[in-house]
Design a protein around this ligand. Structure first.
Ligand code: AMP
Ligand code: MG
Length: 341
């Protein structure tokens, strides 16, 4: 059945944090720390912070995540997005600044990835219902009509009135591929701007974002795990003040008649993307960008994905193919991936 807790295998960063607990020189930072794990945004999140205001920061970070969940969830009937999805075809619908920003940026990533990312698949996602008890294989007759007129061009945004309008009834927005990244960035922003946090790590179900370097001044070690065996790390990357986001076919899936159906859909077919990749990890400074690109590159397949990431500044990636080859983009050859923010 659907296995929604892919976070367990996605990264082992916290193991690295713990194993280095007694080393390093940042004694003052290390002496005050706080960490909590909670279910939020339909995933398990862990926030670990160091410094005087660590405990307050952990509370504030979770509060932020919960606030965003109530805006951005496509499934929760109480959320703002859920409500907007019910009305935006009938009439222009005014939305909050946050929802407008996430919609505008998500659609921009859809356009830039030439539709490999498609945040208008809400109705098709709902048919599959990955991550719920109702997950099932939809019939082709259910999917085919929903493939017509989908895509980012079918959503109209008006900056002045802050309204959203869907141009046809097949459109429903779903930010499953970008919302956790946006939330990770926002949690980090609150922590650095409002709580003066300079050292910490947030793991939002496989979306990892780090604040500064580790308490001992070293970069954070982020383990990319083996999709077949989550206790095994296939590659460790070192990042400072940056983010690492993984999309994988083992995060939410079910197997029927020997076929694995997973939650990353190929927008062209409405079925699970099957272009030769089983795991994509994107390193960047901005977590929403990395989240969008980990999903989009999964859909693109290896050759396109490598070319796409190589053409970008300060973005790197690690891909695992279905024959279990690990491919890294050129910039990851050595050194630490550093954000400047
Ligand atoms: P991620 O785990 O970030 O790769 O995002 C996967 C989630 O995004 C799914 O659970 C769906 O909610 C949604 N999704 C699936 N396929 C796509 C796609 N091709 N483009 C945009 N969102 C998608
Ligand atoms: Mg994503």
């Amino acid at each position: 059945m659907a296995k929604r807790m892919g976070y367990i295998g996605a990264f082992l960063a916290l193991a690295a944090v713990c194993s280095l607990w007694f080393t390093g020189c940042g004694r003052s930072l290390q002496s005050q720390s706080a960490s909590r794990t909670e279910l939020v945004m339909s995933t398990v999140a862990t926030v670990t912070l160091y410094g005087e205001r660590a405990q307050e920061g952990v509370d504030a970070a979770f509060e932020k995540a919960k606030e965003l969940e109530m805006i951005l969830s496509a499934q929760n009937e109480e959320s703002e997005l859920y409500q907007v999805n019910q009305t935006a075809y009938e009439r222009e619908t005014e939305v909050s600044e946050t929802l407008f920003t996430v919609t505008r940026r998500s659609l921009q990533y859809c356009r830039e990835t030439d539709g490999a990312l498609d945040c208008t698949l809400g109705k098709i996602n709902a048919l599959w219902a990955f991550g719920t008890e109702n997950a099932r294989l939809p019939a082709q007759e259910e999917i085919t009509p929903l493939l017509v007129d989908r895509g980012y061009e079918q959503v109209q945004l008006n900056e002045e009135t802050r309204t959203i309008r869907f141009l046809n009834p097949n459109i429903q927005l779903d930010f499953g591929a970008t919302a956790k990244g946006f939330a990770a960035d926002e949690m980090k922003r609150v922590l650095t701007e409002e709580y003066g946090i300079t050292c910490g790590i947030i793991n939002l179900g496989g979306n990892i974002i780090t604040i500064g370097a580790k308490y001992d001044g070293q970069p954070w070690g982020i383990g990319v795990t083996d999709p077949d065996d989550h206790t095994r790390v296939v590659s460790t990357e070192y990042i400072t003040n940056a983010t690492a986001v993984t999309s994988g076919n083992y995060e939410r899936y079910f197997i029927q008649d020997g076929v694995r159906y997973h939650h990353i859909l190929d927008p062209k077919t409405g079925y699970s993307a099957n272009n030769g990749l089983i795991s994509t990890t994107v390193l960047a400074e901005n977590s929403m960008l990395a989240d969008a690109l980990s999903t989009a590159t999964y859909v693109m397949g290896l050759d396109k994905a490598v070319a796409y990431i190589e053409a970008m500044e300060n973005v790197e990636a690690i891909f695992i193919t279905e024959d279990r080859t690990v491919v890294k983009t050129a910039g990851l050859a050595d050194d630490t991936f550093e954000g400047t923010a």
